[in-house]
Write a protein that binds this ligand. Structure first.
Ligand code: AGP
Length: 364
């Protein structure tokens, strides 16, 4: 891609619309259908080493951290390795125990975020093996890590990350599939995930064709005093990222909570002026999530649901195409990028350069 606006009014819109092609690029040349395996040339870990990994710790900031949360869940699900994500900015200040059997992964669009780079440098000083999941080729984090996976999202100009977030989640799906296949993931499950990955570009295009509908919804919700984003397990990082997106670009206050935590406090905030966006995929938690919608409705909260079928209790539902459950977080967040974009547009915000923010935070 060039830096040309390509007929779009903002880079954010251009970058949202480029996602089908970007996902196609991160997948290209990396899948071996015959053996249901993945080739990640720059990883620098052989099958024996991959089998020896006891834990995975993922580090990043902002959207990169949220993509890392999605990645950690995929690695646990597909490779059955305990995995979690933490803000790099916290990790580097808390004198963490560095474990030789843990694989550390630094995630960054720019590859220059100082907090993430400092975490990498500290880990390297202590002898850890650190991989990068990075977009900008040859960036500082790409250079300082032992190997990794390039995200191939292409240049992302808007301060607010969209296509790189999506591509990072897909890169993690590839990594999780790779780690799974050298461990205990069956050929059949490998093929199932690969078929799901291959469907993504068309499904993304299908979601983007619903933009007019999402624009109308954004006009309806942009006047909110605050917005609550909720999701369970796979839906939770999606809710966090969508909440960050809305805050950054529209300046509408938003909070993200695990749906199960609502009743432990935030339910007190629910009122008609504080609508909720609920991530409600058709997975094993559907009934639990429906109970959450009922809880919100009982407090007169407006609900915008995002899932695989209409939700009766919700005021509106954005329906996204079904894929394999492990890949759900990749698609569920895309309509919410458009929601944030159109809310910001309706409010007249400076979309590509939101106030107080920089594209990459290269200072402490
Ligand atoms: C994303 O919309 C944000 N602008 C921000 O959270 C960003 O993801 C974060 O600063 C990390 O940047 P990086 O991916 O370049 O490391």
């Amino acid at each position: 891609e060039s830096y040309d606006m390509g007929g779009h009014d903002t880079y954010m819109h251009k970058e949202i619309c480029e996602q089908a092609d970007a996902v196609d690029r991160v997948l290209r040349g990396r899948i071996d259908d015959r053996f249901a395996t993945v080739h990640l040339g720059g990883l620098g870990i052989d099958a024996r080493e991959a089998r020896g990994v006891r834990r995975v710790k993922i580090l990043g900031c902002g959207s990169a951290y949220h993509a890392g949360q999605i990645g950690a869940q995929m690695i646990e699900e597909l490779a059955r390795i305990p995995a979690d994500a933490e803000p790099a900015s916290e990790f580097r200040y808390r004198n963490p125990v560095v474990d030789p059997d843990t694989l550390y992964i630094a995630v960054s669009q720019s590859g220059e975020t100082y907090d993430t780079l400092a975490a990498v440098q500290e880990l390297k000083r202590k002898g850890a093996r650190v991989l990068g999941v990075v977009n900008v080729v040859g960036s500082a984090i790409a250079r300082e890590t032992d190997g990794g996976v390039y995200v191939h999202a292409g240049p992302e100009v808007c301060v607010v990350s969209t296509k790189c977030f999506t591509n990072t989640a897909v890169a993690f799906a590839l990594l999780a599939l790779h780690l799974g296949r050298v461990r205990d993931l069956s050929v059949a499950d490998g093929k199932r995930i690969i078929a799901g990955l291959r469907k993504l570009p068309d499904q993304i295009s299908q979601i983007l064709r619903g933009e007019e509908e999402i624009k109308k919804l954004a006009a309806e919700y942009a006047d909110a005093k605050s917005m609550m984003f909720v999701g369970r397990v796979r839906g939770y990082p999606v809710a966090r990222e969508a909440s960050l997106k809305l805050k950054e670009v529209s300046y509408v206050h938003a909070e993200a909570y695990p749906a199960s935590e609502l009743k432990h406090g935030p339910l007190a905030l629910i009122e008609p002026e504080v609508p909720s966006v609920a991530i409600v995929p058709d997975d094993e938690l559907l009934e639990k999530n429906r109970a959450t919608l009922e809880e919100i409705k009982a407090r007169s909260g407006r609900i915008l649901a995002v899932g695989h079928q209409e939700q009766e209790v919700a005021d509106h539902t954005i329906v996204v195409p079904r894929n394999e459950p492990e890949l759900d977080p990749i698609l569920l967040g895309i309509p919410l990028q458009l929601l944030a974009y159109h809310a910001a547009l309706a409010l007249g915000r400076d979309i590509d350069k939101p106030r107080n923010l920089a594209k990459s935070v290269t200072v402490e």
